[in-house]
Ligand binder design. Sequence first.
Ligand code: FAD
Length: 304
Amino acid sequence: MSASPTTPPSSRPARARGDSRESPSPPGVHHLRTADDAVAVRTAMGTAARVVVVGAGFIGSEVASAARARGQDVTVVEAADLPLVRSVGPGVGEVCVRLHQANGARVVLGRGVTGFEETAGRVTGVRLTDGTVVPADLVVLGLGVTPATAWLRSSAVPLHPHDGGVVCDATLATGVPGVYAAGDVAHVSNPLFEESLRLEHWTSAAEHGAAAARHALDPASARPLVTVPYFWSDWYGHRLQFVGTPRADEVVVTDSAVSGYTALYRRGDRMVGALTIDRPRDIMKLRRSIVARRPWADIAAEAA
Ligand SMILES: Cc1cc2nc3c(=O)[nH]c(=O)nc-3n(C[C@H](O)[C@H](O)[C@H](O)COP(=O)(O)OP(=O)(O)OC[C@H]3O[C@@H](n4cnc5c(N)ncnc54)[C@H](O)[C@@H]3O)c2cc1C
């Protein structure tokens, strides 16, 4: 983000939910946001036997996959009835659960965490909302991030009423002269999908950063960003890739095998998103179809 009328704190623009720097938790409980966090988790994995991952999103799932690759006992705890609903929509979460289970990780759905058990100053278990305790000597919290924008509340920069992200138009302008938003914190209007999206992906952050800089330097040349969001995640030797938006009227699964899984997201008479597992060529083709606004009927006929 460029200069603001308000003094920013020396923190990151998005903060991990459950960050133990906000609410203390016993040693052995880690969040994962910075490079230092990653080093701390990797070091802790060297001695942990029982790993509990809280949050079955992409980061939590990648941690679970890494722990299973080291032969550790892994339990993934997810408060929702299905994981990843916000990122990829309902339905696809089921195949993600199957991926964990097929690789020896236990998955506990529909239960949140109420606290931690500790002995001699170290975590020994995770207490769940149903009163059960999952034994653990390493806990990794992968609960997503919330935009750390409280410091902007007294400014004219518009903040989203639900999550506090910075609202901007398709050129990343916030409406306050000279102030642009980019990356995890930005709610960007996307003309291709006729909706505003706040995404936590590298590719979006990189595209936004470059465009915001160009637009800030030469506002007269600013053009709407018409991009198809894209992210990937590697679990248990499989590559999950998603393009577009999960906000759809219907999700059609055209291949339900774990390796080869393909889900197409329809809104009206267009495809607006696609998720594949281990189909890197297909996903790029599907991305081009979204950009070209190809009719759903043609795509569905091809898939059939
Ligand atoms: C563990 C982990 C794994 C991930 N894996 C993937 C993945 O596989 N694929 C994917 O697409 N995405 C992934 N992501 C998400 C991706 O990293 C983020 O979407 C991306 O980094 C967001 O970029 P950003 O610039 O918005 O924010 P950040 O990367 O958080 O960068 C913000 C920068 O701003 C600096 N800063 C903060 N406050 C100020 C200030 N007041 N003044 C100046 N500078 C400031 C910070 O120090 C930081 O360097 C992952 C994230 C995490 C945490």
